[in-house]
Design a protein around this ligand. Structure first.
Ligand SMILES: Cc1ncc(C[n+]2csc(CCOP(=O)(O)OP(=O)(O)O)c2C)c(N)n1
Ligand SMILES: [Mg+2]
Length: 905
């Protein structure tokens, strides 16, 4: 065989490649796209048959997804829009620079918005629909660190005064200020979605989009063309939450969802993927998950060069440069680019021989080109049957000058020197005069200027200002309080001897609420694959499991009464094993009163251990977003959930719920307590419109539910967190022989541990101790009330002091206080300062064991025997009882005083 020299081989190969491409082009120009796809399929098939190993790739070349010939012309006035964008760029940077000059270290970010300005401005001028668009109004998750740019636009729109701009990050200053990031709690008329805890926004947006379809399919919201836009950082996609549910979005065909990933190739410390390409990686991930992916990599400046690239040399080169190198190109000059990017092949060099170094350097990337961005958004909004992700290549710190643009330090840059401000001003043509430019003043043109008029007209055409948080939902009918109360009446009566768990009681209540004529439709039950755990499977058949396509198979249990019924109008959100996804649904439903103008009432029930501990950051963001609804911590209680061991047994969720200021947490023991809390919660949230939500633990231990004690103040006590459940029987008959003077004590119990406390009350009678038993439904509420009173008293000397509720209840009672719960001892202990006497707390500090309830309660020292000994011991310390009695009790009750400390064993 004739040997071919390498050079000759590559020349021959080039000719051969050319011929193949020409043949392909011939078919392509025939105009039948599907024919070309079939042709490629046939080739692939042939290669497979011949045993040619084809590397798997879910990537397309490193080029714009939308070819030039498929672009439409830009509909806006490019020149005016550029001027507006320049003013916003300036104001965004100026507000951060000024804030940091005035308060050193106050923070703020310039480089994120600088990279994303075009991405936002094309949206504001041509896509984002405001609230006046009614049900079509879009929901937009702004990248948290881009807030200065969003405020800067608001300033031009006349939404914020110069004073407010100057008070960036000083909400408390005179005239009000602007919060660092999107916080609906702090700016409830403006921000809708807290996004700055990175990763939460993308996941929340997916479930928001799914919830929008749920509302439509259930007839709670008319069909609409609403879009959910989520802007995120490329670095942010490293958060597991960010990409964790993208397959759901594809499966559900969420074509109302658009992700825009600002691919500036940098995160806080440096490049996102220095040695690789983040865009290539994300393209594969999203395409693999079934998304429509639109890459916006190259600006129009590149069109001509790429048109000449008939052999794909340039495209190949673009695809092989790693991000660290691309970042380098941003900071280097044109000569560097010519040598390092173009200089790898003489044919590439020849392609740009007509361009000067400066022109080479100025070739723009796609995310800074309004035409490319517009076309990507247009394609995304028109796309059907899939969610879309736009991967937009941008430059971090774009336009911020040499010390910032593309540099690794750019994320943290908060200051610009006078000369840098001047450069910035000149580059973007901002009309700030030389005399003041170094002060970094914000600039707003005259009200009747072309720029402001244009902005206003665009926003008016698109349904008004964005972002805007508007409360449009009708409150639920006030009469629902009565209808709910009537249906809950049975819970007041108790179950006599029939045993039930609070979980069973809750499920019964939920059923009643679902059947309630006034609120039934609004209830949204959410479960993360735990419906059977909580005995909720009866609801499957009754209200159906939501499925956007109904049920396309015959379920295996079709013949049974409780079959697994999926339906397009199903009410239950069965999320599968994802507490993060479930809470995202709960957040969408809990804030629907503001975002979707529907007052949905979500009940999310889950294993309590996997709540605040696992998804605490989501719950915090729900609080910020002013969500309303109920979180139910099921199988709660460290010793109550028997057998499951330390990863399931929750003894901390009430400690973890305390920091959430608008979350009310309860640990009820009995049916009537639970009924009282839920009934009041619906009234406060959905009739009175309070931005609070509830965390309630429910348990799986079964016992007879007592009737609600008679007497005024019980319901109020349940809600405030404490009431006397059972007074001491004066002296039990067994105790007659006890010669001692009467001893007294106050016993507090929560959740199922209240039953242990009641048993202890009887035991103590035998030792001559008359104890009252209190049900402590919420230590957290007691703590907040007491703190509020103490604070008020500190600030109002000389006025009649307010008495905390817990003091009112307990300070004047007789005897020591012993409090037992299935949670950490710190729960009751935090009230000690307001009780005025010693308090002994029993709780479940430590790791659990895979044991049964009895063994666990012995291990953690929270059963009736320990409550008894703790009481006797407290009386002894108070000098009312001899140590011998306590010792004897320890012996009688079979307690081993030398057992290891459960807190650390
Ligand atoms: C959960 C979480 N971790 C860390 C941070 C701190 N943080 C703020 S911005 C940032 C880098 C952002 O990079 P990227 O997502 O690429 O956004 P860019 O600013 O480049 O657009 C980091 C680490 C945060 N806000 N949230
Ligand atoms: Mg980035």
């Amino acid at each position: 065989m004739k040997k071919v020299a390498p050079d000759e081989a590559s020349a021959l190969e080039a000719i051969e490649t050319r011929e193949w491409i020409d043949s392909f082009d011939y078919v392509l120009h025939g105009g039948d796209n599907s024919r070309t796809v079939r042709l490629l399929d046939a080739l692939r098939m042939r290669a497979s048959q011949a045993g040619v190993k084809q590397p798997f790739t879910s990537n397309t070349p490193y080029l714009n997804t939308i070819p030039v010939h498929q672009q439409v012309a830009y509909p806006g006035n490019r020149d005016i829009e550029r001027r507006i964008k320049s003013l916003i760029r300036w104001n965004a940077a100026a507000m951060v620079v000024k804030a940091n000059r005035e308060s050193e270290g106050i923070g703020g970010h310039m480089s994120t918005y600088a990279s994303a300005a075009t991405l936002y401005e094309v949206g504001f001028n041509h896509f984002f629909r405001g609230k006046d668009a009614g049900h079509d109004a879009d929901l937009i998750y702004f990248q948290g660190h881009a807030s200065p740019g969003i405020y800067a636009r608001g300033f031009l729109e006349g939404r914020f005064s110069e004073q407010q701009m100057a008070n960036f990050r000083h909400e408390q200053a005179e005239g009000g200020g602007l919060s660092s990031y999107p916080h609906p709690w702090l700016m409830p008329d403006y921000w809708e979605f807290p996004t700055v805890s990175m990763g939460l926004g993308p996941l929340a947006a997916i479930y928001q989009a799914r919830f929008a379809k749920y509302l439509e399919n259930r007839g709670l919201k008319p069909a609409s063309d609403q879009k959910i836009w989520a802007f995120l950082g490329d670095g942010e996609t490293d958060e597991p939450e960010a990409l964790g549910s993208i397959s759901l979005a594809a499966r559900e065909k969420l074509d109302n969802l658009i992700f825009v990933i600002n691919c500036n190739l940098q995160r806080l410390d440096g490049p996102v993927r220095g040695n690789h390409q983040i865009i290539t990686e994300l393209e594969a991930v999203f395409r693999g998950a079934g998304w429509n992916v639109i890459k916006v990599l190259w600006g129009s400046d590149w069109d001509e060069l790429l048109a000449k690239d008939s052999d794909g040399l340039l495209a190949k080169r673009m695809g092989e440069v790693v991000d660290g190198e691309y970042q380098r190109y941003v900071v280097e000059d044109g000569a560097y680019l010519r040598k390092h990017f173009w200089g790898t092949d003489p044919r590439l060099l020849a392609m740009v021989s007509h361009l000067s170094d400066d022109e080479l350097r100025k070739l723009r990337v796609g995310g800074h080109d309004p035409v490319k961005v517009f076309n990507a958004y247009r394609a995304a909004t028109l796309h059907k049957g899939q969610p879309t992700v736009i991967l937009a290549r941008t430059i971090k710190g774009y336009g911020l000058g040499e010390s910032s643009e593309g540099k690794n330090i750019t994320h943290q840059q908060k200051k610009l020197k006078g000369s840098e401000l001047k450069q910035f001003r000149d580059r973007f043509g901002v009309p700030v005069p030389d005399e003041t430019v170094e002060d970094a003043p914000v600039y707003r043109p005259a009200e009747n200027s072309t720029e402001l008029q244009y902005m206003k007209a665009r926003r008016a055409a698109l349904g008004g200002l964005v972002p805007r948080r508007v409360l449009k939902a009708e409150p639920v009918p006030p009469t629902s309080t009565e209808s709910i109360a009537a249906s809950f009446e049975e819970f007041k009566a108790g179950t006599e001897d029939k045993k039930a768990s609070t979980t069973m009681v809750f499920v019964k209540m939920l059923g009643k609420l679902l059947r309630n004529k006034e609120v039934g439709k609004l209830i949204v039950p959410i479960v993360p694959d735990e419906a059977r755990t909580f005995g909720m499977e009866g609801l499957f058949r009754e209200v159906g499991i939501y499925s956007s396509i109904g049920q396309v198979y015959e379920p295996v249990d079709m013949a049974t009464l409780l079959y697994y019924k999926e339906a397009k109008n199903g009410q239950i959100l069965e999320e599968g094993i994802t507490e993060a996804g479930s809470i995202a649904s709960w957040i969408a439903a809990g804030a629907a009163y503001a975002n979707q103008a529907v007052n949905t009432i979500p009940f999310f029930i889950y294993y309590s251990m996997f709540g605040f501990q696992r998804i605490g950051d989501f719950i915090w963001s729900a609080a910020d977003a002013r969500c309303r609804g109920f979180l139910l911590g099921g199988t709660a209680g460290r010793t109550t959930l028997a057998g499951e061991g330390l990863q399931h047994q929750d003894g901390q969720s009430h400690v973890l719920s305390l920091p959430v200021p608008n979350c009310l947490s309860y640990d009820p023991a009995y049916a009537y307590e639970l009924a009282t809390i839920i009934k009041d919660g619906i009234k406060r949230m959905y009739i009175d419109g309070e931005s609070i939500f509830y965390y309630i633990t429910v348990m799986n231990e079964q016992y007879a539910m007592p009737p609600m004690p008679k007497g005024a103040g019980v319901e109020a006590g349940i809600l405030k967190g404490l009431y006397r459940f059972k007074e001491s029987p004066e002296r039990s008959k067994d105790a007659k022989e006890v010669k001692k003077p009467k001893l007294r004590a106050q016993l507090l119990g929560s959740g199922t541990i209240l039953n242990e406390v009641l048993k202890a009350q009887e035991m103590l009678a035998k030792y001559g101790v008359a104890a009252d038993v209190w049900s402590a439904t919420s230590y957290n509420e007691l703590y907040r009330d007491a703190n509020a009173a103490t604070r008020w008293n500190m600030l109002h000397p000389g006025e009649k002091a307010r008495v905390p509720y817990v003091t009112e209840c307990l300070a004047k009672t007789d005897g020591p206080i012993i409090a037992a719960s299935d949670y950490l001892k710190s729960q009751p202990a935090m009230l000690a300062q307001w009780i005025g006497k010693p308090i002994t707390t029993l709780g479940t500090d430590g790791f659990g064991r895979s044991e049964d309830r009895g063994a666990l309660r012995n291990f953690f020292e929270v059963d009736a025997r320990y409550v008894t000994v703790a009481t006797l011991s407290a009386l002894m310390r108070d000098g009312q009882l001899d140590a011998k009695v306590v010792k004897q009790a320890i012996k009688d009750l079979g307690i081993n005083p030398e057992k290891p400390n459960p807190a650390i064993s």
